[in-house]
Design a protein around this ligand. Structure first.
Ligand code: ZN
Ligand code: ZN
Length: 581
């Protein structure tokens, strides 16, 4: 088990104990342990393997230490399983809903005899939840929102998780001799951060053997539909995949149709109607008469560009197809040249073995040089994340000595010294000013107290941005996709201030962060913010995560000129400095 899983398991124990009205001190002990496990970024597995005493960690007593050891060694926790057996399953499901929690779950379960999420939703819609003592209209609303979140989350894969299933399948299908063309459509092609299911489109000389080969793929767990030109399967990973073989003459139209988004396609069809045309998944058709049922002549659809051209538009890159203004841009011939991975000249956020990274500084440097970067930034954690091995002033100075030695051995790349400095609860920084002054760049991040209310959290960040040494605000909302909601921040206020101060905003490439996300980046660009794209690598192979950030930046319509670390070093260095004010 990794740390997030350990934390989730302990949290579940705390919730069940709470449902059972156990001793409040015992419940609190579990919750404290959860907080500790969440802030430790060094893997607890490593602590156990190295035989280090877990009880050295704050909030971890003997019982917790034993639990953690058991989870690391066996991948499960017997005590949790015992507890689960004592509580009805439906109650557990209710308890896991965001906005409900153990106490309220118990209450609706007992008083309204509600035993499922569906029943809870029905009760909320009828206003019966609001009528319960201690609930009210507000918490009823919150519960409905929680149900919506819960349903959405459960069924969506992170983009990189989906890729792990899709790429081997594509490689397998491409070996089929009858397949002439094959592409993934849908949200996967639009590079959305999470994916529901996968739509594949193919052109094939003969569809039937293609369908047979698809359904015969070793990873297929269930076949939901088996047709001559279309089949739907569920893979072992749980991902649902649909494959359609379409005629070559309507491949482009089908690709537009199945790539979506729905909103984008609605607008396209509207433009078609205005021009006396009809666009469908089968092509672009001339409409003969008003209200005529007979299909007019097909005037294109083999390639996507024909479909767009028919309605007076330039081809639109899939990442932009969200009806976020891309159709208007295409109509004006102003679709931007989007950023590509090759445009990046440096990576500005990464960890080494000095804190919770897996590779030495030299290994990170060699890997960055191998990627062809001109510059890079070593940014280990600061001391308040003590359990990550966050550096204090003394160890930071020691690290600088090592950086100097590595620099001397690697003149091919410029190595900048930095630190990912924690923003403390009151908005001050977790490193002394004179040490900050010794860094080439200062990165700041929120890692703790992510549950502060909006005004307080916003003020905390604003105060940190004011600090004269700060250059980059990393993973600004601190969200973890499918796992943790973003911190409550007035992002517009923060972006405006960052733009004034000349502090850059990070687009963190980690597939479970992608923070800032597409719509935030659009706002950041509009407000004139500096934007950088970083991997936050904790090992050399994570340097390759850059492409997920680039996908997200493309979704926001960013070009290379919108991102500082596409520039050569001299230009970058000038651009990353704060405004003089
Ligand atoms: Zn961080
Ligand atoms: Zn980091």
């Amino acid at each position: 088990m990794d740390n997030p899983e350990i934390a989730r398991t302990l949290e579940e124990v705390a919730d069940i104990l709470e449902i059972q009205s156990s001793n409040p001190f015992r419940i609190r002990a579990y919750r404290n342990a959860v907080r500790t496990v969440e802030t430790v970024t060094v893997p607890l597995r490593r602590w156990v393997e190295e035989g280090r005493a877990l009880t050295d960690l704050p909030g971890i007593g003997k019982e917790m230490a034993n639990h953690i050891k058991e989870m690391v060694e066996t991948g499960t926790l017997g005590f949790r399983d015992e507890l689960l057996a004592e509580v009805p399953r439906s109650l557990i499901e209710l308890m896991r809903l965001p906005g409900l929690g153990p106490k309220k779950a118990r209450k609706v379960f007992d008083e309204l005899k509600i035993g499922s999420v569906d029943e809870l939703e029905a009760a909320a819609r009828e206003g019966r939840i609001a009528a319960l003592p201690g609930f009210g209209a507000k918490s009823q609303e919150k519960i409905l929102a929680g149900i919506a979140d819960y349903r959405q989350q459960g069924s969506r894969f992170l983009l990189n998780e989906a890729e792990r299933s899709v790429e081997p399948l594509l490689a397998y299908l491409r070996e089929t001799p009858e397949i002439e063309r094959l592409e993934v459509a849908g949200s996967y092609r639009r590079r959305k951060e999470t994916i529901g299911d996968i739509d594949l489109l193919a052109i094939a000389s003969q569809p039937i053997p293609v369908m047979e080969r698809f359904r015969g793929y070793a990873q297929v767990d269930k076949i939901l539909m088996a047709g001559d030109t279309r089949s739907t399967v569920v893979l072992g990973s749980g991902l649902q995949v649909d494959l359609r073989v379409v005629p070559a003459e309507c491949y482009g139209a089908a690709l537009v149709y199945f790539t979506g988004s729905k909103e984008h396609n609605v607008k396209l069809r509207r433009r078609a109607v205005e021009r006396g045309l009809r666009i469908s998944e089968y092509g672009v058709f001339q409409v003969h008469e008003e209200g005529s049922e007979t299909e007019g002549e097909c005037i294109g659809g083999g390639e996507e560009a024909e479909v767009y051209a028919a309605v007076g538009l330039a081809w639109i890159p899939p990442e932009l197809r969200e009806d976020h203004g891309e159709i208007e841009l295409a109509a004006a011939g102003r679709i931007p040249d989007l950023i590509r991975v090759e445009d990046l000249r440096g990576d500005l956020h990464m960890h080494s073995t000095w804190s919770d990274g897996r590779n030495s500084i030299e290994e990170m440097v060699e890997a960055c040089a191998a990627r062809g970067y001109e510059y890079m930034v070593i940014s280990d954690h600061s001391k308040s994340l003590a359990m990550t091995g966050g550096l204090d002033a003394y160890r930071l100075r020691e690290q600088w000595k090592e950086i100097d030695e590595v620099r001397a051995r690697h003149p091919e790349i410029r190595v900048l010294r930095s630190m990912e400095v924690d923003i403390l609860g009151d908005g001050s920084l977790d490193l002394e000013d004179e040490m900050l002054a010794g860094l080439d760049l200062v990165l700041i991040s929120l890692h703790s107290r992510l549950d502060l209310p909006l005004v307080q959290q916003t003020d905390r960040v604003l105060k940190a941005l004011e600090h004269r040494q700060v250059n980059i605000f990393c993973h600004p909302t601190a969200r973890l996709i499918n796992r943790r909601k973003p911190a409550e921040l007035d992002l517009e206020v923060i972006l405006r201030r960052a733009a004034e101060l000349g502090v850059a905003l990070e687009l963190n490439c980690s597939p479970n962060r992608l923070d800032l996300k597409d719509t935030h980046l659009m706002l950041a660009k509009e407000l004139g913010c500096k934007i950088v794209i970083d991997t936050d690598s904790h090992r050399t192979r994570e340097l390759g995560l850059m492409r997920y950030g680039v996908d997200q930046a493309r979704r926001a319509g960013l070009g290379p000129e919108d991102v500082l670390n596409t520039r050569g070093f001299e230009d970058f260095w000038i651009a990353i400095q704060r405004s003089r004010m």
